[in-house]
Ligand binder design. Structure first.
Ligand code: AMP
Length: 543
């Protein structure tokens, strides 16, 4: 028998319309480089979003067209978060920290037609002049005097809004149509596009709102430190606006001094970001003795949150919640809160549990699979295997990769995450390693393979392997293990290698240290054995 309920499509438009209609007086605040923060209401934001969508329509953007953003966390970017997908176009959030070659690759792969770009980062786009044939318009946002971008015809954001002949009439959208896309660093080759649907974004928003910290509330003031170019800023903006919370946006001012001051003055109650940000904030709080009495939840993910960090925040009266996910999982997959009956455990055991990555959100199924046998592992808290997930906001194929070249999707419908972990009897996941060897520095990926290839192009280098080494500030930093060629002279030093790669990769990819060895251990199939490198080599202590 069929159900007799309405088949209302689950779309971001319904999140937007609900938020601006029922919470019209709630506030969105944005830090500005000078002067007081910019403030306006959901209702004003709503009017501007509808005009922006209409202006895009007039510029010839329609269903399925890709429109990029290249921007920090601001109200203009937030307006794009609704105007583009609710129009039926696809919002492609581009990571402003990528190397020009990667930027060119992903913008061309997505075939973006328009780019909304912050004035503060336009120089990074200018470098791509002549390399982005599909881009026909750049819209410049935010304060500053820059009026042109070398990539394409340029228009000012406010002038673009003013050019709209009215407000958009939202199209009826299929809930399975694409809403947004985001590229993730591939383990091999080029970055891979993950395409979120309206339905997946809606369900992810609803569910993250349910679990974020103690659950998102209308009384919250939410500040995402996580950049809006990372997996939809972890979905927090949609989730917190769904419940009518105030939104506080830090623009690009993420250093601990600014952040502490802004969190305090805006009486932020919930914030989200990677461990390296929180490590610095905690140090700043300890240095200054300043406290954040309004803040009740720090959401932390992207890399493992050390137990010492969680305990450090406990001591200054702040609660850190550990979550795990990836671009492919929209991104939140698990969230760590201590179930009520576990709160009687001794402090040390509770801390160990909170340092785990939490248990799956409702809707996400998770299993661990033995890497050698492919069998499902027991959930005993000690047996580790590859984490595989499935659910309504988990990607089932990469954009332009229906054949699944890297075998990331199992034949029975699960995503192979590339992370290795254990699950205990209560369902708490603990990430113990990852099968992929990317280095994650300050929440950003560095491809070890790409860096190795760059170093190995040096005429005096025979082999190079790059591994991530723990770093107190950045979580991990790359260290290169290099075998010099037999004829290499004393000029082949750490500094020489750093200098050599500096021109060819983003500056933050340059390895922190170079260790010279006679030979790199190999696996049975001839790949660098990075496990042995990590355990057998005397690696430098960074930081
Ligand atoms: P990204 O797609 O850039 O968001 O990176 C996803 C990857 O970050 C995951 O596959 C994990 O390897 C890592 N990651 C995310 N959250 C955590 C966490 N809480 N603990 C450990 N690793 C994490």
């Amino acid at each position: 028998m069929q159900g007799l309920m309405m088949e209302t499509p689950l779309t971001l438009t319904s999140i937007f319309e609900h938020a601006v209609r029922y919470f019209g007086r709630k506030e969105i605040v944005t830090q500005r480089p000078e002067g007081p923060p910019h403030r306006y209401t959901y209702a004003e934001c709503g009017r501007r979003v509808r005009r922006l969508a209409r202006a895009l329509q007039q510029a010839g953007i329609g269903p399925g067209d890709r429109v990029a953003t290249f921007a920090w966390n601001t109200y203009e970017h937030l307006e794009c978060y609704y105007a583009i997908p609710c129009l039926g176009a696809v919002m492609h959030t581009v990571n402003i920290r990528l190397h020009p070659d990667q930027l060119a690759f992903i913008i061309n792969d997505a075939e973006d037609q328009v780019i909304f770009c912050d004035r503060s980062v336009v120089a990074a786009l200018d470098q791509l002049a002549g390399r982005l044939p599909t881009v026909r318009l750049v819209v410049l946002m935010g304060p500053g005097s820059v009026q042109t971008c070398q990539v394409a015809e340029t228009v000012d954001y406010e002038a673009f809004l003013a050019s709209a002949d009215g407000e958009v009439v939202w199209p009826e959208l299929d809930e399975d149509s694409a809403a947004a896309m985001c590229y993730t660093s591939g383990t091999t080759g080029n970055p891979k596009g993950v395409v979120y649907s309206h339905r997946s974004s809606y369900l992810h928003s609803l569910t993250t709102a349910l679990v974020a910290g103690d659950g998102a509330r209308e009384t919250d003031r939410y500040l995402p430190v996580v950049p809006m170019f990372h997996a939809n800023a972890w979905g927090g903006i949609y989730a917190f606006m769904l419940v009518g919370a105030d939104i506080v946006l830090p623009d690009r001012f993420l250093d601990p001094q600014h952040l502490l001051q802004f969190l305090r003055s805006e009486r932020v109650t919930v914030t989200a970001g990677v461990p390296s940000v929180w490590t610095l904030l905690l140090a700043e709080m300890n240095r200054t003795g300043e406290r954040l009495p309004d803040l009740h939840a720090i959401l932390c993910g992207g890399s493992a949150a050390p137990a010492a960090l969680i305990a450090g925040f406990d001591q200054v009266g702040l609660r850190l919640y550990h979550a795990w996910g990836m671009t492919e999982t929209s991104p939140v997959g698990t969230h760590g809160s201590i179930k009520s009956y576990l709160r009687t455990l001794p402090e040390a055991e509770q801390l160990a549990l909170r340092a785990k990555q939490g248990f799956p959100l409702p809707g996400v199924e998770l299993r661990i699979v033995d890497l050698a046998t492919g069998e499902r592992c027991p959930e005993d808290g000690t047996t580790s295997g590859e984490i595989q997930v499935r659910g309504p906001w988990i990607c089932r194929a990469y954009y332009h990769d229906e054949q699944d070249a890297d075998h990331r999707f199992t034949t029975d419908g699960w995503l192979r995450t590339g992370d290795v972990g254990t699950v205990d009897a209560e369902g708490y996941l603990e990430i113990v390693d990852r099968t992929k060897d990317l280095v994650k520095s300050g929440g950003e990926w560095i491809s070890s393979v790409q860096l190795e290839n760059t170093i190995m192009a040096h005429p005096q280098v025979l082999e190079a392997a790059v591994i991530g080494v723990p770093h107190p500030k950045w979580s991990e930093r790359p260290v290169a293990v290099v075998v010099p060629r037999a004829d290499a002279g004393p000029a082949l030093t750490q500094a020489a290698i750093q200098e050599f790669v500096r021109d060819q990769v983003a500056s933050w990819w340059v390895p922190d240290a170079v260790v010279f060895v006679k030979e790199i251990p190999k696996t049975s199939v001839g790949k660098f054995d990075k496990k042995r490198l990590r355990t057998e080599l005397p690696l430098p202590v960074l930081g």
